[in-house]
Design a protein around this ligand. Sequence first.
Ligand SMILES: [Zn+2]
Length: 700
Amino acid sequence: MKITFGTALAVLALLMFNSCINNMTDNPLLTQSPNPHQAPQFDKIGSEHYKPAFEQAIAIGKAQIDSIVNNPAEPDFDNTILKLELAGKELGNVSTIFFNINSANTNDTIQQIALEVSPMLSEYSNDIILNQKLFQRVKQVYENRMQSGLNAEQLRLTEETYRGFARNGANLEGEARDQFREINKELSRLSLQFGQNVLAATNKYFLHVTDSAQLAGLPPFVVDAAASEAKERTLEGWVFTLQAPSYGPFMQYSDNRTLREKMWRAYNGKSLNDEYDNRENIKSIVTLRRQKAALLGYPTHAAYVLEENMAKDAATVNTFLGDLLAKTLPYAKKEVQEIQEYSAGKGNNDPLMPWDFNYWSEKYKNEKYAFNDELLKPYFRLENVEKAIFSLADTLFGLQFTPNPSIPVYHPDVKVYEVTEKGGRFLSLLYVDYFPRASKRGGAWMTSYREQHIVDGVEKRPFVSLVLNFTKPTQTSPSLLTFYEVTTLLHEFGHALHGMLAEGSYSTLTGTNVVRDFVELPSQIMENWATEKEFLKSFATHYQTGEAIPDELIDKIVNARNYLGGYQNVRQLSFGINDMAWHNLQDPSIVQDVVKFETEAIKPAQVLPTVDSVAISPSFSHIFAGGYSAGYYSYKWAEVLEADAFSLFKEKGIFNREVAQSFKENILSKGNLQDAAELYRNFRGRDPRPDALLEKFGMK
Ligand SMILES: [Zn+2]
């Protein structure tokens, strides 16, 4: 169930519905599209259409919910679960287009509308979640599900819909219900406060340098950025901040150990020893999360979260993290030792401290594995990379990509492909939007304008979109990608495959609508091809000379991938361990000292000396302000899945059709039709093996 539908007083909804019905015919967000495949009418949609479309679509959705609730017939799958799945379809369409455009091609008006419609949308979904009459119908279908002759898909949808309500407190009554709502309210306030504190603490600190001797070691791009930062603040000299683009390079390149320590302590003491202290917020958040879990009948917050995931329970996650830690720790220690010796050879007689590690490891990397992006880029012309990825999709899955310029786009930079199977069956539209512009947010993502589903027996194939921020072509040079960008494109394309190859009846259960610790499998597995010689050789030729990429460059790419594999693993594991320590607490009141609690929890994962009075938890927004509580392990989990899945390709051949076919049938096309662990076993014939990850990084 998409939580986008709602209900209200039937009268009000119908009034709104009627008053709006006249304009419906000319709003391109609500009228049927005359385009091929009914693609969105980007050529007709203007900013002025959004707000009225939202209002109308919400009214329609409310009326649909009311008609479910007020149906005198006994609740069954068709009149309740299916109707609910389809309710708010119009709102879904409007929201998808609007929020995708807000990310990829926004303007002041659109941003203003986003502010206005956000509360409308949360009210709408709250109205559904809290609708007792609706829930009673859902519950009745759920309880009779085994005697109702439902097929596997219908059964799954019924269970997922019921769970969506139950996990949001629909089964609670009386005082417990009020308490649950209070806790939710307080938790959103605290999370917001937590995030704002981290932001304020990050922005408050800066390192002001006026003596150019203190810039030693910093490359010109870092110095220039620091100078313009100073100028912006009307200060002399140079300013370094705790923002990633300033802090990261400073720690990597600054020769000044005292300043590195100062910066490191500031960074790792954020929201800890300043006016934006988050320690009490952490205690309140874990306590309230624990209480909420208890109301719903779970022993811990982790148990509540993990029930939904592939991992299922805290014991599995803790064993997973512990095993991987035991296996990678010796490598991490060896790597630290290697860096220590290297630095000693360069005259460093002090033991490596956390503020030394990035500095010396960067120097070591440059000496041992350096490959220059400028050297590689001429082999990665965007058009060639795109063609190579499409051709890989053809080799593996038999997909064809044909440009269709007659389909409207939201910006002239966007291109649309029709994706078909061998034999001509239309699978999907694929929009690609490669270049940065002021109206687009940073980063790279895959999204959909329509998810695959079937309605009234008619199949609707998906509209998938890839949005990236690659270097634009100029008058003299085409768009040449860095190696990182090539990997990014493969990653996002993997998500796109998951969306494009979906086969199911209900969009809630198809495509990328899968559990968090499973969703990155299709994307991360595609990244593996970027370091495969056979694949690189197939397309990476110099854009001017036509010469194939030299083996020596390919070797460098592969070696750099494995550099500090042990250390990076242990570092990620320590975050996951910290997260689980907080969220698997039976009794959060035992925590007196936040710093001490964290230090104890992550002690087994420390490979550098422990420093007093610092901690990562007070600024760990992922788990205290974002949605990653009891979920940080997912990053490692997904890496294990992809490494283990890809090892089958390594064994049978990276272009092997049968393996690819099985991956498509068992994983890519299945969405959330079955439990993720089952899907994985269907593909691999067994559970994932964590050793595959170690083998990938040469730690075996
Ligand atoms: Zn991803």
